[in-house]
Design a protein around this ligand. Sequence first.
Ligand SMILES: Nc1ncnc2c1ncn2[C@@H]1O[C@H](COP(=O)(O)OP(=O)(O)OP(=O)(O)O)[C@@H](O)[C@H]1O
Ligand SMILES: [Mg+2]
Length: 162
Amino acid sequence: MIKIDNLIVQFGGIRPINELSAVLTAPIAGLIGPNGAGKTTLLNVLSGFVKPIQGSVSLGERPLLPMMPLQRVRAGLRRSFQTEQVVEDLTVAGNIAAIADHVVGAGHHAFAVEHALAFVGLTEVADRLGQSLNLFQRRLVELAKCVVGEPKLILLDEPAAG
Ligand SMILES: Nc1ncnc2c1ncn2[C@@H]1O[C@H](COP(=O)(O)OP(=O)(O)OP(=O)(O)O)[C@@H](O)[C@H]1O
Ligand SMILES: [Mg+2]
């Protein structure tokens, strides 16, 4: 599903990814490695936050690297963050709606948000502010943001951390 060819990422004198070639197949592929191995960096490359100095990545038949992050999201790719990105002064539903705004047609918006909240089990706290959530609920918000709409591929960065 994802084909990575000869990828290099360089940050100054550090090369966390050095000539990586790999095929990540459906339905689930896992990536393990010690602290600093480059796992998050790879997710950053796949989601468009870090630009490699060499190599190519394709999602199915589509070249991924020329696409901007939002184009990748609209192509069905989502990612979660290792440190969860909850907007503290929005409600739980508001946090999910902010993502749905970009990926769900207007008529399906409310249903998509409800569906994502139900899927991760956050329906009962939908109207609570982000700042009132515990760590477990914050991780679930991160997951709900990944599943809202109709993603084809979800990249999870240490979803069970904490
Ligand atoms: N934006 C950046 N600028 C400079 N160096 C970076 C940047 N992002 C990551 N690094 C460095 O690249 C290396 C790989 O980091 P990365 O966060 O990808 O590792 P990781 O495998 O996700 O580690 P962890 O298990 O701690 O999450 C580390 O040496 C890190 O300090
Ligand atoms: Mg990491």
